[in-house]
Design a protein around this ligand. Structure first.
Ligand SMILES: *Cc1c(COP(=O)(O)O)cnc(C)c1O
Length: 501
C-alpha cells in the first residue's frame, strides 16, 4: 500500500472530513435531527435567546432573501453596489426611528460587534481630539457584558458604577461623578438586559456632554421595541440620538426586528464621529482594504434578510407585534405580582421581566430561584437564571415575544406549580469548606488537573454537552458563591470542553 500522502496529526472518524461526499438529503436530515435536543426557537416556550414574531411568513421571507444574496460578498461595495444600496436602506430605516439629522451608521453582525465598534470609535476619537492615551469607559453595573469585552479587546479600562439597588436604574449623577480626563465614553442602557429597566438617558447624556465626553445608548434590545411601544400609545422616555448629548446608539435587528441572527446597526451622531470606526490599510501588496466593521468578507445574505424583514413588517407591523408583547408583559407582571413569594425586580420598560423567588422571611432565595428554573425546564419552559451580583439578587429572566403572548396563562400556572415543587426540595447549598477553598485559590495559576477536579466537583465534567446534568441548581449554586475571576476561568474551561476538537 502506498504511504498516505498527507499524514494526519489528528484523526477522529467521528469528526473527520468524509473520504467521499454524502448526498444532500441525508445531511439535511442529520441537521434536522440535531435540532431535537435544542430548545425550541419557535412556539413561545423559550423565554431567552430567540424572538418569534409568531408569523411563519417572516421566517420564509428571511430565508429566501438570504438565499438570494448568499453568494454576495459585502466586503466591496464597488464590486457589489447592491450591498451599499441595501445597507443605506437598513441604516436609513433605523435612523428614521432613532436618529437625528446627519446621523450615520453601519450594519453589523450583532449587538456585541456594534458595541465593540462604538467603543473603538470613542477610544480613537478621544485619542485624536483630546490626546487621551489611557482610555476609560464609564458604565453602570447593569451595562451589558459586551462593553467589558470591548474594553478588554481594545485596551480600555472599565469604570463600573453601581446602580440604584431599588429601581436597578443607573444613577446619572454617579456616572457623571466617575468621569475623568481619560473618559472616552459613558454608557446608558435602553433598557438593560438583566432587569429590563430604562436608564435615565437624558440625564446621563447631559452629564457626559457637560464634560465634553461621548455617550452611547445601548438600545440593542429596546431600540426596535420602545419606539413602537410609544407609537402604540404608551409613555416611553426618549432615548435616541435626538436626545441632547447622545452620540451613538446600538440596536439589534435580530432581536425585536425579527430578522435572523446576525443583524444589528450602530448609529452615530454624524459622519465626523463614524469616521473613527473605519479601518483602512494600503500598506500591503494586496487590494487596498477599507473595513467599516470587524469583518473583512461579509455575508450579503444577512443584510438582505434584515432589509426584507424590516420592509415587510413596516411601522404598522412592528407596532402591532409590539402591542402583542406589551399585552403579554402586562399579563405576566400582573400574574407575577399576584404570586406569593415572587418579587418583580424594578419597573420593566416593556418586554423583559426579571423576578426573584423569596423565602419565608421575604428575602431572595438563590436555591428557590434555581430549583424553579429546573422545575420549569422539566415542564417544557426555558427561563434564564441570572446569578447574584454585587448586592443585586439572583433571579429568573423572561424575554417576552409575540409568540409568548399566547402562552402566558399556561406559563403562570406552571410557574406557581414549579415554585411549590421548588419549596419542597432540599435546598441547593454549597459546602462552606469548599467556599473557603475557592476563595483562597489563584484562578490564573490553576493547573489543568485542578481545573478538571473543580469542574468534576461542580458536576460539569465529562463529555461536553452529553455530560450536562439534568438539574442545573447545584452547579449554579456553586458558581454563585465563587469569586468572579475563578468563575470566569472555570466557565471558559467548561465551554472549551464542549468544543472538544
Ligand atoms: C443582546 C444585547 C447585547 C449583545 O448583543 P448580541 O447580539 O448578543 O451580541 C448588548 N446589549 C443588550 C442590552 C442586549 O440585550
Amino acid at each position: 500500500m502506498p504511504a498516505d500522502p498527507s499524514p494526519r496529526p489528528f484523526f477522529d472518524p467521528a469528526t473527520a472530513l468524509p473520504p467521499t461526499g454524502r448526498p444532500a438529503a441525508g445531511l439535511l436530515a442529520e441537521l434536522d435531527a440535531l435540532r431535537a435536543a435544542d430548545a425550541p426557537t419557535r412556539g413561545g416556550r423559550t423565554f431567552a435567546y430567540v424572538y418569534d414574531p409568531g408569523r411563519p411568513e417572516v421566517d420564509d421571507l428571511a430565508a429566501a432573501a438570504y438565499r438570494a444574496f448568499a453568494t454576495v460578498n459585502g466586503l466591496d461595495p464597488t464590486v457589489f453596489p447592491s450591498v451599499a444600496r441595501l445597507e443605506n436602506d437598513v441604516v436609513g430605516a433605523v435612523a428614521s426611528v432613532l436618529g437625528a439629522p446627519g446621523a450615520q451608521g453601519t450594519f453589523t453582525s450583532g449587538g456585541t460587534e456594534s458595541i465593540l465598534l462604538a467603543v473603538k470609535t470613542a477610544r480613537d476619537q478621544a485619542r485624536a481630539e483630546r490626546g487621551v492615551r489611557q482610555p476609560e469607559l464609564v458604565l453602570p453595573s447593569t451595562a451589558h457584558a459586551a462593553f467589558h469585552k470591548a474594553a478588554h479587546y481594545l485596551g480600555v479600562e472599565p469604570v463600573v458604577v453601581p446602580v440604584d439597588p431599588v429601581t436597578y436604574r443607573a444613577v446619572a449623577s454617579d456616572l457623571t461623578a466617575a468621569i475623568t480626563d481619560r473618559t472616552v465614553l459613558v454608557v446608558a442602557s435602553a433598557p438593560s438586559y438583566a432587569h429590563g429597566v430604562l436608564d435615565p438617558v437624558a440625564e446621563i447624556a447631559a452629564g457626559a456632554a457637560e464634560r465634553g465626553v461621548l455617550c452611547h445608548v445601548d438600545a440593542c434590545i429596546g431600540g426596535w421595541f420602545l419606539p413602537f411601544l410609544a407609537r402604540a400609545g404608551r409613555p416611553v422616555e426618549p432615548f435616541g440620538l435626538s436626545v441632547p448629548g447622545v452620540t451613538s446608539l446600538s440596536v439589534d435587528l435580530h432581536k425585536y426586528g425579527y430578522a435572523d441572527k446576525g443583524a444589528s446597526v450602530v448609529l452615530y451622531r454624524d459622519a465626523e464621529l463614524r469616521r473613527h470606526q473605519y479601518f483602512a490599510h494600503a500598506g500591503w501588496p494586496g487590494y487596498p482594504v477599507v473595513n467599516p466593521t470587524a469583518q473583512g468578507t461579509k455575508p450579503g445574505g444577512l443584510l438582505a434578510q434584515a432589509w426584507a424583514v424590516l420592509r415587510h413588517l413596516g411601522e404598522d407591523g412592528y407596532t402591532e407585534l409590539t402591542r402583542r408583547v406589551a399585552g403579554a408583559a402586562d399579563e405576566v407582571l400582573a400574574g407575577l405580582r399576584a404570586t406569593e413569594g415572587v418579587r418583580v425586580l424594578g419597573e420593566p420598560a416593556g418586554s423583559l421581566v426579571a423576578f426573584t423567588v423569596t423565602d419565608a422571611g421575604d428575602a431572595p432565595d438563590l436555591s428557590l430561584v434555581l430549583h424553579t428554573a429546573d422545575e420549569m425546564r422539566a415542564r417544557g419552559w426555558y427561563l434564564q437564571p441570572q446569578l447574584s451580583h454585587a448586592g443585586l439578587p439572583p433571579n429568573l429572566h423572561l424575554t417576552l415575544t409575540p409568540a409568548t403572548a399566547g402562552q402566558v396563562g399556561a406559563l403562570l400556572t406552571d410557574l406557581a406549580d414549579a415554585i411549590e415543587a421548588a419549596r419542597a426540595l432540599a435546598p441547593a447549598t454549597v459546602d462552606p469548606a469548599l467556599r473557603e477553598l475557592a476563595a483562597a485559590l489563584d484562578p490564573d495559576a490553576l493547573t489543568p488537573e485542578e481545573v478538571a477536579g473543580f469542574l468534576a466537583f461542580a458536576g460539569l465534567a465529562g463529555d461536553g454537552a452529553q455530560g450536562l446534568p439534568a438539574r442545573m441548581a447545584p452547579v449554579l449554586a456553586l458558581l454563585d458563591v465563587l469569586p468572579p475571576r475563578l468563575k470566569e476561568r472555570l466557565l471558559a474551561e467548561f465551554v472549551g470542553s464542549l468544543f472538544r476538537v
